[in-house]
Design a protein around this ligand. Structure first.
Ligand code: V47
Ligand code: SF4
Length: 365
């Protein structure tokens, strides 16, 4: 019996072995043709080159100050309009109470994201950061998606550079990756028609990198997009990262279908999730880390993702986010102990490392 080889996959493997960047056409070819075993092998090789046996996690909690939002993203299960049942707004006192509560729990990072509230200005968020910084000076503040930033700067009529500099001065340490969704303009106009555009998202991240604020990048996948749109999305990120080096981690976010108007399309399979992690690890050669955000895919798939190039599992979360539980995720009260994260990582034969937000090692387990 003759074994038919796939010359293109062999060439891609040779490139990966030599550390040569793969093209957009190669990326698309991997999505369409590579087997699971091949993808796992290539992605693990790259992961090992970048972070050895380490898999990172941190001790973090979220604050979602409000779910009131001016936008109408079709995949969102969480946002509400003012006075609509289920809408919430935290007062500054409630926010500070949360900070004080987690000060006693040795969390090192707070992740603050929420809806784009129509009445909140830059002054309001600046004050929020100043109060948090005063209450807990050593807590790392990762806050506000580019979409929230775009609105607050426009509402307060300041430039992106001025707005970012003011927030940095008030205590902003880094910017999370949300709001990127999918950059392709046509798909974007269908799934989130009135949201800040792809160019705006990318240019806010570029400005942040230029003034020394590190940022994360996400990609929402498994909805109306095709593989070519995922490659286009990652290519725009790869090009920006070549210019600035300011991205810390790439976080694929699987579309979850409950309680939103896109739900009829269903969800992609676990195999597709794993293939997607691997292709992103192979394609994004200039991203130091790849994160599986366990509240979105569940702890089991997060564990499996460690064999597909992932080297970061986010954090303990402490049951402080609602975005995914409201969209139907397995963990309705997402929280993991340090022991739980350590054990998940050890089961894959890898080394658990507690990190800070900038991926400095705090403790090796
Ligand atoms: O931009 C909303 C996504 C994002 C759904 O930077 C959904 O470390 C799937 O960006 N199904 C916000 N996804 C959350 C986010 C994030 C999460 C974890 C870590 C980091 C980080 C950033 O959540 C939105 C959108 O892409 N999202 N609804 C849904 N139904
Ligand atoms: Fe608003 Fe974000 Fe939901 Fe879109 S995804 S509607 S911007 S909260």
């Amino acid at each position: 019996m003759t074994v038919v080889q796939d010359d293109r996959l062999i060439k891609i493997e040779e490139a990966v072995n030599k550390g040569i960047r793969i093209s957009t056409e190669d990326g698309l070819y991997l999505y369409e043709n590579a087997g699971l075993g091949y993808l796992s092998r290539m992605a693990c090789l790259i992961k090992k080159r970048k972070s050895g046996e380490s898999v990172f996690f941190n001790r973090n909690f979220h604050i979602e100050p409000t779910n009131i939002c001016i936008h109408n993203c079709r995949f969102c299960s969480y946002s509400r309009k003012i006075n609509q049942p289920g809408a919430w707004e935290m007062s500054p006192e409630e926010i500070l109470q949360k900070i004080q509560h987690f000060k006693g729990h040795s969390a090192t990072e707070v992740h603050i994201v929420g809806g784009v509230h129509p009445n909140r200005t830059l002054d309001y968020y600046e004050d929020m950061l100043l109060q948090i910084r005063k209450a807990h000076p050593s807590l790392f503040i990762k806050a506000f998606t580019a979409v929230e930033l775009d609105f607050m700067f426009r509402k307060s009529q300041v430039s992106v550079n001025t707005g970012l500099a003011r927030l940095k001065q008030a205590g902003l340490d880094s910017i999370p990756g949300g709001g990127a969704e999918i950059f392709d303009e046509e798909i974007r106009s269908t799934i989130c028609p009135d949201k800040s555009g792809s160019g705006t998202w990318l240019s806010i991240h570029e400005s942040a990198h230029q003034i020394g604020i590190p940022t994360n990048a996400t990609m929402l996948y498994g909805h109306l997009e095709k593989y070519s749109h995922r490659i286009d999305h990652m290519n725009r990120l790869r090009q920006l990262q070549d210019r600035t080096g300011g991205f810390q981690v790439f976080i694929p976010l699987k579309y979850r279908k409950a309680n939103n108007s896109l739900g009829i399309i269903g969800e992609v399979s676990t195999t597709e999730d794993l293939r997607n992690y691997a292709v992103s690890r192979i394609f994004l050669d200039n991203f130091p880390h790849l994160k599986a955000y366990w509240p979105m895919i569940g702890q089991d798939i997060a564990g499996m993702s460690l064999s597909f190039g992932v080297d970061d599992l986010d954090g303990t979360i402490e049951d402080t986010t609602r975005i995914y539980s409201m969209a139907g995720a397995e963990d309705q009260n997402p929280a993991m102990t340090t022991e739980g994260l350590v054990s998940l990582i050890r089961k894959s034969g890898l080394e658990p490392v507690e990190r800070d937000t900038l991926y400095n090692t705090l403790k090796i387990y």
